[in-house]
Design a protein around this ligand. Structure first.
Ligand SMILES: O=C(O)CCC(=O)C(=O)O
Ligand SMILES: [Fe+2]
Length: 308
């Protein structure tokens, strides 16, 4: 591709500015959002886990690539990235058509020397290749640079603007551009953007990115947070992180706990009455995106009132 200038914003940017870039090009780099010190701390916590992670067993996962998950359980500092306010405001706005959004996956991707380019793909295909409508966003994703991202060490490669393209297209490496980032930068990208890890042609550099992805609340998460984060650790986490991990109803009735209680009650001891169905429905109504959904939920609210 001819010389292409990547979108970049400073960490003081507003989420509206991030949205404008996402709308137009399907991605946006925010410089130095994490900074070096936080990355040092995450690396110190995660290095022993990365060391013992197996390499991938297919081209998509990468024969020289390690994928190290369970970030919330293993790294207290990575939780800061997952909960970053600018990222959450951006993701929440991108996915605002849905009742809720959630953490989908959090893992460190270490692309080792000799790795070939990952096939160019859209992340949305994770859900059994179901073809979601072009204007319905399922995911908003991030890759934080834990090391510098260079063309040589396997920087993620993207096809700018391709979030507006149909599914199933085939792109070659020449159609893509490398997302060059300094350690501590982050790229936010749409789940519909064509991308893939680049080839690592260096002899001795491992490229490390922290891939934290978010999805609408009604799909099954790629990483099962209830299994990845043991209950004893979950009990120490704040409510907002727990909800993001999936201790919430993804939409009314999706992911209920026991007798339609608030899923947080599984972690905190809450009185049974705390979960009131009609209130949850009302929340959806307020945020409803379509007339059809609003009408349907309105009827439920009315029926619920009648039944009381
Ligand atoms: O490691 C990267 O640069 C991208 C990885 C990726 O896109 C994926 O695994 O879905
Ligand atoms: Fe991907």
């Amino acid at each position: 591709m001819a010389a292409y200038e990547l979108n970049r914003l400073p960490k003081t940017a507003s989420f509206e500015q991030v949205m404008a870039k996402l709308e137009k090009d399907g991605y946006c780099i925010i410089e130095d959002l994490a900074g070096n010190t936080l990355m040092d701390k995450i690396a110190a916590e995660m290095d022993p886990w990365i060391e013992q992670t197996c390499y991938g067993r297919d081209q998509l996962n990468g024969f020289f690539t390690r994928r190290t998950g369970a970030l919330i359980a293993r790294s207290t500092y990575a939780r800061k990235l997952i909960m970053d306010p600018l990222v959450l405001d951006s993701v929440g706005t991108w996915l605002a058509h849905a009742y809720s959004f959630q953490l989908n996956q959090a893992q460190i991707l270490s692309v080792g020397p000799g790795a070939k380019a990952q096939p160019v793909h859209v992340d949305e295909v994770a859900w059994d290749f179901y073809q979601f409508p072009g204007d319905y966003h399922i995911q908003c994703n991030t890759i934080w640079a834990l090391t510098d991202f260079t063309e040589e060490n396997g920087a993620t490669r993207i096809v700018p603007g391709s979030h507006k393209h149909p599914l199933g297209l085939k792109y070659k490496l020449e159609d893509t551009v490398p997302v060059l980032m300094k350690r501590g930068d982050v790229v936010i990208y749409s789940g519909k953007l064509y991308h893939g890890a680049g080839p690592n042609t260096t002899k001795d550099q491992v490229r490390q990115g922290i891939n934290i992805t978010y999805s609408v609340g009604w799909v099954k998460q790629e990483e099962n947070q209830f299994l990845s984060v043991p209950r004893e650790i979950a009990q120490t986490l704040p409510d907002d992180l727990l909800r993001l991990m999936g201790y919430q109803q993804g939409a009314p009735g999706i992911g209920i706990f026991r007798d339609s209680e608030d899923p947080l009650a599984a972690i905190r001891s809450m009185p049974y009455e705390q979960y009131i169905y009609s209130q949850a429905v009302k929340k959806t109504l307020d945020a409803s995106a379509s007339d059809y959904k609003a009408q349907f939920l309105n009827e439920i609210v009315e029926l619920t009132k009648e039944g009381q």
